[in-house]
Design a protein around this ligand. Structure first.
Ligand code: SAH
Length: 211
């Protein structure tokens, strides 16, 4: 079922072989409730508790493909990556296949702990789960080759652009003037920031503080 899902992602326009291999390597059914296991390989977001959702596979693949298209990545492996919004840990596991280190922050303690539990059996030594407010980024791991957000805010926080490496990319959902969310890319080249707005997306809101 996973192989079929990956084939559909390729048919849907994901062309980076590393991204497809990474999605193929991670058993998504291990991240959802047992009652939802039969839907784990459908291209849909699913509830993971505390009002949050596991992202749609096509969106996870699309965002990681955009990260890998950063000028500094040259389509290959990424260095250190920061993820805001660990949720159940699925995307962190996929990222671990394409990045040297993954720092993933979650603001809800219950989900941070669930992700730790979910990821235990995968034994991914390059995934570092952090409990805290991702709006502040994680300065200790900076600079990052890529920053990816799984929750959409009103703007891309300056802390993220500060913690982004030269040639790196931020890929994040952001609320637009029409109140819809769109995927945004922020690139840093020669110290300058360049923002590109892409397609409409639907993510849970980026919230400040911990709970
Ligand atoms: N990456 C997950 C998606 C989780 S949904 C996956 O693989 O499916 C997005 C998550 O972002 C939620 O768990 C939510 O609690 C979290 N979140 C929202 N605002 C945040 C913030 N400021 N810092 C850290 N996590 C945040």
């Amino acid at each position: 079922m996973r192989a079929r899902m990956v084939q559909k992602l390729a048919e849907g326009g994901i062309s980076n072989a590393r991204v497809l291999a990474a999605v193929n390597a991670v058993e998504r059914h291990r991240f959802v409730d047992s009652a939802l296991v039969n839907q784990a390989y459908e291209d849909t977001s699913l509830p993971i508790g505390l009002g949050q959702t596991i992202s749609k596979p096509s969106v996870v693949a699309r965002m990681i493909e955009l990260l890998l298209a950063a000028p500094g990545a040259a389509g290959g492996r990424l260095g250190r990556v920061l993820e805001i919004g660990t949720g159940c840990g699925y995307q962190a596991a996929v990222l671990s296949q394409v990045a040297s280190e993954v720092y993933s922050i979650e603001r809800l303690r219950g989900l941070h702990e669930r992700a730790r539990e979910n990821l235990r059996t995968f034994r991914l030594p390059n995934v570092h789960l952090l409990f805290g407010d991702g709006m502040a980024g994680f300065a200790k791991g900076a600079p990052y080759a890529g920053i990816i957000a799984a929750a959409g805010g009103e703007a891309v926080p300056a802390t993220w652009t500060d913690q982004l490496a030269e040639g790196g990319r931020i890929v994040a959902p952001m609320v637009m003037a029409n109140r819809q969310q769109a995927l945004v890319i922020v690139e840093k080249e020669a110290g300058r920031l360049k923002q590109t707005i892409l397609e409409t997306v639907h993510f849970v809101p980026l919230k400040s503080g911990i709970a």
